[in-house]
Design a protein around this ligand. Structure first.
Ligand SMILES: [Zn+2]
Ligand SMILES: [Zn+2]
Length: 201
């Protein structure tokens, strides 16, 4: 499902058979009711074929696989051997988290502060400002309100790459509203973003 070396999730594509997409190509995420161990998320993603398709991703793949915290093998060109890469990656990830770095973060508007977050808290995503920036609605794991941030694709796709400054829409977003997707798009084109620093410490 997730390939830690390319940073891409694999989903079925009705046109090409298979799609490999990054997190910033996700458009909607929703936790499915029922399955708890592991929880399963329904994803709508923008495919390389030009369409948008549905996919399923487990909680582990979504939040932990990008950090290398699952099994995986890697062909080592130096030793011409297949190495287990999971241990190395997870070690590195664990060290960085202990040092106060966080793989993903966002700016919670009602709390007026940056917060660490995992991809499973993303609700809606869409390209904004041409293809340069990505708008993302994120449900705060602490206060449960939804804020809209404007970030680079790398901010989402590369764990531990956190934009120094991000755009923040200056009001709380109602992600449960009937027309949430339309309102989200409207917000992204309203250009009412304010710039905030995203230092967690
Ligand atoms: Zn496709
Ligand atoms: Zn919050």
């Amino acid at each position: 499902m997730y390939d830690a070396l390319t940073g891409r999730f694999t989903f079925p594509c009705p046109a090409r058979g298979e799609a490999r997409v990054t997190l910033s190509s996700f458009r909607q995420l929703e936790r499915l009711p029922g399955a708890a161990h592991p929880a399963v998320y329904h994803v709508l993603f923008a495919c390389g074929c030009g369409g948008e398709h549905d996919g399923l991703v487990s909680h582990d793949d979504l939040d932990w696989a990008p950090l290398g915290l699952q099994g995986g093998v890697f062909y080592n060109l130096m030793t011409a051997q297949l190495d287990g890469v999971a241990a190395e990656l997870s070690d590195a990830a664990a060290r960085r988290i202990q040092a106060g770095e966080w793989p993903w973060s966002f700016f919670c508007y009602p709390e007026e502060r940056p917060r660490p977050v995992f991809p499973s808290s993303f609700v809606l995503l869409a390209p904004a400002d041409g293809a340069e920036a990505v708008g993302v609605a994120i449900r705060c794991p602490v206060c449960s309100s939804v804020s809209i941030n404007l970030v680079t694709a790398e901010h989402l796709d590369v764990p531990f790459h956190n934009d120094r400054r991000i755009g923040v829409v200056e009001h709380v977003f109602d992600a449960d509203a009937d027309r949430a997707v339309e309102e989200f798009s409207a917000e992204l084109y309203s250009a009412r973003f304010d710039s905030r620093r995203l230092d967690l410490h």
